[in-house]
Design a protein around this ligand. Sequence first.
Ligand code: N01
Length: 547
Amino acid sequence: MPKSDRSAGPSDRPDVASYHTLIIGAGIAGLYQLHRLREFGFSARIFEAGDGVGGTWYWNRYPGARLDSESYTFCYSFSQELLDEWEWSERFVSQSELLSYYEYVADKFDLHPHIDLGARVSSATFDESENVWEVEAEDGRRARARFVITAVGALSAPTLPRIEGRESFEGEAYHTARWPHEPVELEGKRVGVIGTGSSGVQMIQECAKVAKRLTVFQRTPNYCMPLRNAPIGEEGQRRLKASYPEIFRRCRKTLGGFLYESDPRSALECTPAEREAYWEQQYTKPGFALWLGNFQDILADEEANALATEFVVRKIRERIDDPEVAEKLIPKSHGFGTRRVPLETSYYEVYNQGNVELVDVLETPIDRITPRGVLVGGVEYELDVLVYATGFDAITGALDRIDFRGVRGRKLKEKWGDGPKTYLGMTSAGFPNLLTLVGPHNGSTFCNMPRCIEQNVAWVADLLAHMDDKGYERVEATEDAEKSWTEHCQELASMTLLTKTDSWFVGVNVNLPEKKRTVLQYMGGAPLFEEKCNEVAAKGYEGFTLE
Ligand code: N01
């Protein structure tokens, strides 16, 4: 039973609404955090920037946007009723189906009355005299709360290229993560796409079906692997529903929170025939099977990685008619799996179509964007629509865009100027009562998101319940705990090839030259992350000062 009146905010101020907890963001993490806190009897409210719930799946509505984690591992597991009621139509569902799911969840658990939409938080300031956060949105909406929980997403702060002339383009221009709600006509148009990460790869496949001419401006190619999507029929639904407990149990045990388990053998100890047979088998499986279900050392050992890369390159080459184009599409700067692997259905075949042209802007950089299109090496590619699939200021970007001021007015962005410093990837010293879901150094940033989000949310809710039971008002990570966690993250990162390659995983972004290369993720895997969090809680929240 609650010791205090959990429905009350920290103190009365007639001019500002007051809550126990203010959550920033109504995506996968924010919605579940709100539900969980309300179940515990706390007064909680969400400020959400968008005009609807769903976070990532609200914003990223470009043609082709689709899940590449299996739908049945990407859903919430906390409600049996929800699992029984909801049916996934495909193994990897489209953005619109996933968005309907989050809308359904918000309705089912009566969350809408507790969400302020269109409220983009601009600042949050800690008032030390009362141990309260004062939060303000861009439109002037304000709230006071004992706790602030950020659920702002790891890939939610889009970046645009710093290319001269960008504003001068007279056609239509869109970032994939800010795609309009109204349909965008691409049929019969001259379309250009800058960027070939997961968003670009999905968008390009759809666009190639309808565009009169599609020009892809590629800087770094990626190793894209087949998604192998399929509908889920009636029998499939029945089997799925019966298997949910087993699905979630297995996901909880794997490093990435997926169903794929890496093979305990080293690629180097197998014969070439054994390797080939294993890779062929994994290649025919859906999703990330080849990436995350590979030999245990392909993401740690360069020699093992080179062998896996050879296999993948062969598979890619087979699908492209023109050897010169194939050469451009095969990465040279990194090995397979050391950057996020985009999943696709017809991506490589697109380049065999007469209406598609690949422009290598690594070889010949973009000169400028002109009113009529994109100028590369003196050649102007005329376009009606220009799509920026140019990615995000990953993991820290959405937090940096909010002016967090902690103890003695210290800015979080400044504290993290040389890279984030956190404890458990959920707190930072000097910022009491601020909890970051899916924040830097958190297990969820290299994980099948909802699986790790559920762990984050439950852990945070338990911490707040513990504080309430004991009458604590303030929780803050100690400097020592933060230092050793940050070092632990760095040590884990040094053991994988993923952090030796340039990508958003390590904060490298061509459009953010000022962002320092740093360790942003927790690379120990979801089970170890959960174990560490549980250990801290079991020891009375070791590493925190509770007052
Ligand atoms: O972004 P990215 P994304 N000139 O950063 C290029 C998740 N996701 O939106 O690599 C020319 O991967 C840039 O080139 P380079 C997923 O985790 C999931 O595609 O810097 N090119 C790169 O090719 C993913 O990893 C799904 O050389 C420029 C691209 O733009 C993450 O989101 C779907 C440029 C950016 O790729 C991010 O993916 C989509 C410039 N100035 C995304 N600036 C699912 O299926 C940038 N680029 C669930």
